[in-house]
Design a protein around this ligand. Structure first.
Ligand SMILES: Cc1cc2nc3c(=O)[nH]c(=O)nc-3n(C[C@H](O)[C@H](O)[C@H](O)COP(=O)(O)OP(=O)(O)OC[C@H]3O[C@@H](n4cnc5c(N)ncnc54)[C@H](O)[C@@H]3O)c2cc1C
Length: 480
């Protein structure tokens, strides 16, 4: 049975390595429309901010494919699927047969249909999704003074922070009444806008972009419904993504917002086709985060290699962490309930002048959502409680202020149970980190290489280092 993977992004490249870690024989071909080795797309925000270089975010070494007998086709797009003959046609005029076809085509950046975008975007205006987009933004930012970012979600805010950090005057234009409205309630959105303001980033809310202005082929500004024009030499469009389902649709597969799959990641239309990552829709949800994509890759590798025929993807909890210098933000689950909602217990604390906003939502004695903005020292405790739908401590204050009242928080490596997830992107527990240490890894880098902890968004790096140094101390104590 040969496996053909379409898309060598974060889901496709992970699937291929998961397959090879279980089975060295099955023929695997992977097509990637981007003409480069796969890279960690999440870290593009860090490249934009100048804290990572493009060559530091590669995911799979090109030599790995040869060593592992994987036929990789960078820069080759699959253009059609012939489901009856079970083969794919590619842009290099080849046809490749498959036993199982895996679609991992991800998403494309949504470009709003506004005047000025009909014939493609003017120079300096970029819809942000790929490394090429990132390079185009950096090129436009060179010597520029003003940037407008259209879209005040996670991606838009990270882009604005990156550009402001490079010295540009940045404005975020957002259609909704507050920033990151999908993850944050209005109170948190207001505090976030204030924090960004202190960092020199303006937020224009309830703002409808009606035109992209250009002169001589280069962008000059963004027009709003109010008639106001925001001048800019750089415009980043971060208006959301659309699952890339063109191939699947043309092949007659069931597509809703994504390619509809069951718990085995199988298309509900064709048992020979699977879909993972942002192009897939499971149980009504299209995930926009890497953790579910990587979990799906592991489940599918188990199924395709026979390593675990009972493996199933049953859905994932979504935790969002902003990667922007001087703006600490973690949000998870249900965050929009008000304290007048009789169905839930809502705890909140705000100190807007210091940029702090904290909120925890508890339903039927379980933590079902939280926001930590500005001060995130209890993020580990809250994510553990949320992950396991666990009951909160009776002294609720300790959820906001570490060590206050009752027991110390479970963030500390000593208190954290072995089952606690440390790296959410890669689903690595403290127990796995300890096991890797016990096998001989002695530094955070070695543990990261052995477990993959901290190699996704990097948000758990401090926790990983904390655990490694605690294990180190334990070791020295027991050696005495
Ligand atoms: C700047 C930025 C920051 C982000 N930050 C975070 C974060 O902090 N945390 C988080 O969890 N997620 C984050 N994300 C989202 C995360 O990157 C995605 O969830 C993840 O990349 C999804 O993986 P995927 O493989 O489904 O899609 P992709 O990584 O987009 O890969 C899809 C690949 O398929 C290729 N392809 C498409 N069609 C074809 C075809 N017909 N033939 C061949 N190849 C094809 C595409 O070119 C692409 O390379 C961020 C995204 C961006 C852009």
């Amino acid at each position: 049975m040969s496996i053909v993977v379409v898309g060598n992004g974060m889901a496709g490249s992970r699937l291929v390595s998961e397959i090879r870690s279980r089975d060295r024989q099955v023929p695997v071909t992977v097509f990637g429309a981007e003409a480069r080795r796969p890279y960690n797309r999440i870290l593009l925000s860090n490249v934009l901010a100048g804290v990572a270089a493009p060559d530091q975010i590669g995911l799979v070494d090109p030599a790995w494919y040869e060593r592992n007998g994987v036929d990789v086709r960078p820069g080759v797009e699959v253009v059609a699927i012939d489901r009856a003959a079970r083969l794919v046609h590619a842009s290099d005029c080849t046809t490749t047969p498959y036993g199982t076809l895996v679609l991992a085509t991800g998403s494309t950046a949504f470009v709003p249909p506004i005047p000025g975008t009909e014939d493609g975007l003017p120079r300096g205006a970029v819809a942000f999704r790929t490394l090429d987009d990132c390079r185009a933004i950096l090129e436009a930012a060179e010597g520029a003074r003003r940037a407008v970012v259209v879209g005040g979600g996670l991606l838009g805010i990270e882009a604005a922070r990156g550009l402001a950090g490079r010295g540009l005057e940045a404005t975020v234009v957002h259609l909704a009444g507050h920033l990151m409205e999908r993850q944050l309630d209005p109170g948190a959105g207001r505090v976030l806008a204030r924090t960004l303001g202190r960092l020199g980033i303006r937020a224009s809310l309830d703002a409808n972009v009606t035109a992209l202005h250009a002169a001589g082929g280069a962008v000059t500004g963004v027009g709003l419904a109010t008639g106001q024009v925001l001048p800019a030499e750089v415009v980043v469009l971060a208006c959301g993504v659309k699952a890339e389902t063109t191939l699947a649709r043309s092949a007659g597969l069931a597509v809703d917002r994504g390619i509809v799959v069951d718990q085995t990641l199988r298309s509900v239309t064709d048992p020979h086709v699977r879909a993972i990552g942002e192009c897939s829709q499971h149980d009504g949800t299209v995930y926009g985060l890497v953790a579910p994509a990587w979990e799906q890759a592991a489940v599918l590798a188990d199924l395709l290699t026979g390593a675990d025929e009972r493996a199933r993807f049953t859905g994932a909890r979504q935790i969002t962490r902003l990667k922007a210098a001087s703006v600490d933000l973690v949000a998870m689950g249900e965050t929009h309930h008000g304290d007048d909602d009789p169905d839930v217990e809502v705890l909140s604390f705000a100190d807007a002048s210091r940029g702090t906003y904290k909120k925890v939502t508890i339903r039927e004695g379980r933590v079902v959502g939280a926001i930590l903005l500005g001060e995130t020292s209890t993020a580990g405790t809250l994510t553990q409680l949320y992950d396991r739908a666990a009951p909160p401590p009776s002294d609720r204050l300790s959820l906001f202020f570490p060590g206050v009242g009752g027991a110390p928080p479970a963030d500390s490596p000593v208190r954290m149970p072995d089952a606690a997830t440390v790296c959410h992107c890669n689903n690595v527990s403290k127990g796995q980190i300890r096991a890797c240490w016990e096998k001989g890894a002695r530094t955070a880098d070695e543990v990261a290489a052995g477990t993959r902890a901290s190699t996704g968004c990097g948000g758990c790096r401090d926790a990983l280092e904390g655990i490694v140094s605690w294990l180190d101390e334990q070791d020295s104590v027991s050696a005495v």
